[in-house]
Ligand binder design. Structure first.
Ligand SMILES: [Zn+2]
Ligand SMILES: [Zn+2]
Length: 162
């Protein structure tokens, strides 16, 4: 018998099952399974590490990623906190700094509660007298101060104390 005749007589299902049992396919199938497992484990690690960085509960999210391969990590990406912990802490510090900076330069007018800069002599909104200028150096002084803290001049006698 020739090869052509052999192929003609062969059962087509037999050909398919031969193909499925071929070592090449078995190896590619095993490699695919291995790849799926490696990606899954990487996702578990990534989920754990990302949750740790963002201040979420890393053990819980790592476990979710283990129990629900792929899906767990996907859910984590959807519900994870929006930014890294260190970033939000940095922003908080920055805000606190800016607030402090603002407070050191700005206060509220005791009369109309509008914001006035600390060296304003008069409130620009309601004309309330906020500070008085030193009789010697003209720097803004609190109304109750007797002596200018900048140049040491007594405001009533005009004498320099230092
Ligand atoms: Zn005012
Ligand atoms: Zn002065």
């Amino acid at each position: 018998m020739t090869t052509a005749l052999l192929l003609q007589d062969a059962d087509p299902f037999q050909l398919i099952s031969d193909f499925l049992e071929s070592p090449l396919l078995r190896i590619s199938g095993q490699l695919l399974v291995l790849l799926v497992i490696v990606v899954w484990l990487s996702l578990v690690y990534w989920t754990y590490a990302d949750a740790k960085r963002r201040g979420a509960i890393p053990l819980l999210w790592g476990l979710v990623a283990v129990v629900f391969p792929y899906l767990g990590s996907l859910i984590y990406v959807i519900v994870r906190p929006p930014e890294f912990l260190s970033e939000s802490r940095e922003r908080e510090l920055e805000l606190a700094y800016l607030e402090g900076e603002l407070r050191s330069r700005v206060s509220l007018c005791p009369n109309c509660r509008n914001m006035v800069e600390n060296d304003f002599l008069v409130c620009p909104v309601c004309n309330w007298e906020l500070k008085k200028p030193c009789i010697n150096c003209d720097r803004p002084m609190s109304m109750e101060w007797e002596t200018c803290p900048y140049c040491g001049t007594d405001q009533r006698s005009g004498k320099k104390l230092i």
